[in-house]
Design a protein around this ligand. Sequence first.
Ligand SMILES: Cc1cc2nc3c(=O)[nH]c(=O)nc-3n(C[C@H](O)[C@H](O)[C@H](O)COP(=O)(O)OP(=O)(O)OC[C@H]3O[C@@H](n4cnc5c(N)ncnc54)[C@H](O)[C@@H]3O)c2cc1C
Length: 523
Amino acid sequence: MDREEFLKQLKGSEKTWDFIVIGGGATGLGIAIDAASRGFSTVLLEQSDFAKATSCRSTKLVHGGVRYLQKGDIGLVIEALHERGYLRENAPHLVSNQRFVIGSYLWWEKPFYTIGLTFYDLLSGTKRFGNSHPLSRKETIKRIPQIEQKNLKGGVSYHDGQFDDSRLAVNLMQTITEQGGIPLNHVKVTGLLKNDAGKVSGIIANDTISGDTFGLNGRCIINATGIFVDDIIRMDNPGQRPLVRPSQGVHLVVDKSFLGGSDAIMVPKTSDGRVMFGVPWHNRVILGTTDIPVKEFVLEPRAREEEIDFILETAGRYLAKKPARKDVLCVFAGLRPLAAPKENSDGARTKEISRSHKLMVSKTGLVTITGGKWTTYRKMAEDTVNLAIKTMGLPFAKCHTSHLKIHGYSETTNGNNWFSVYGSDQAEIIKLQKEEPEYAQKLHPDYDFSVAEVVWAVREEMARTVDDVLARRVRLLYLDARASMAVAPMVASIMARELKKDKAWEEAQLLEYSNLAGSYILD
Ligand SMILES: Cc1cc2nc3c(=O)[nH]c(=O)nc-3n(C[C@H](O)[C@H](O)[C@H](O)COP(=O)(O)OP(=O)(O)OC[C@H]3O[C@@H](n4cnc5c(N)ncnc54)[C@H](O)[C@@H]3O)c2cc1C
């Protein structure tokens, strides 16, 4: 996993790559795996880090989407339930079966949700995670000890998937290399190349670490840049109508004692008609999310006060132990790359905009994919590669990804232990810890993350900044933003040694990281 070696292979190369994928979120990573595993020469370029944008800010659910069922979008639910099954089969070290509870406070809720969720189970066919069933009041309280008990009549239990989004992205990146492709982070596409016929024939890229600019020739150029797709489209056709309208979703991370057990809670209809989750995740609970239209297309979106208040207020209504601002360990916001409807009225509510993916080919041959969700990334990739093969006249090769094991695949998991996210790489990290006594040291007294994981992240997971390590490799930023700031100097110093960087680099990294992490903390 040598980033510099990969760059050497690209710079100055006259080769014409079959696929150049722009964007290293769930969508782009999936496409690069699909193309490489069909035997096509493939490069993926990510302007920042893998999963830096939307793909590390999800609710961490691998799900069919109970709320799409409510809306009657059965096709979308069936597809997502199917994909949920594939993902658990191919990455069992990162995807687990999570039990959810819906509390019922009105007489009709228990039968209504039991019927709906039984239908949800039926739609998942052989890929079912478990059976839904009604719960008595006593059973509901046993499952969610902190559930609000006033007027509680009982509940309904159902199953869905739960995962670690950026860890999956890192493992997808490693899978690309195993399939012969080249994934690169911190390389931004700044322009498109066109041939004499006016067709897109390559890209211009800038390595944001060295500052070098280079060009690459390609047959299929895929725009998988999430909320940024319109930037790339404008490089192709400056007059094109915007395809994406972002919708912001915020989450708050609190201690697991706010649920009091290992089941997740789902509120099917909040005061303004949204769905709200409280999901156990790495010994914490994630509360969210919101869904508001925004105009900013940024890598680091900020939660609005009204979103934070809404989540705290709604959680407080359904939980006996009511979370307050001081309990929030991390606040993070993400932007959904929703495909905007043709008639773009600014007042439209984002919940009504389609969440299924959309594929487009421009007159010049640029393939763009927008929308979708993490759960369906594999199917989105299959559709994209099929379309690109057809459009560009490449020899047809069958998709293999439904049964392709993702890097780290391991059937033996160690339950809720953080270390299980490494799957089959665990043994290698333990070996590192034994090689150097310093590597076995903890980064922070309250957390099990060790020095070896930082070394591993740099050597084997292409981490190049303190943010890459703390946000998307060991996830401390998301679990406890303050603790992550406390360990940042130690992480910067380990990284500087590994990457042969000087003191000035360390200081610049620390300044950048403390500015960033500060926005994940609530005052
Ligand atoms: C609040 C929220 C909660 C969600 N929860 C869930 C959930 O629980 N389950 C689920 O299945 N889905 C969920 N989703 C949806 C899911 O997270 C997204 O559909 C998915 O992450 C989108 O991935 P993407 O690759 O299309 O976009 P991104 O992750 O945004 O990736 C696009 C990448 O392109 C890169 N890029 C942009 N411009 C350039 C350029 N010029 N050169 C190179 N690279 C470039 C960006 O840096 C970025 O990394 C949620 C979304 C949100 C916002």
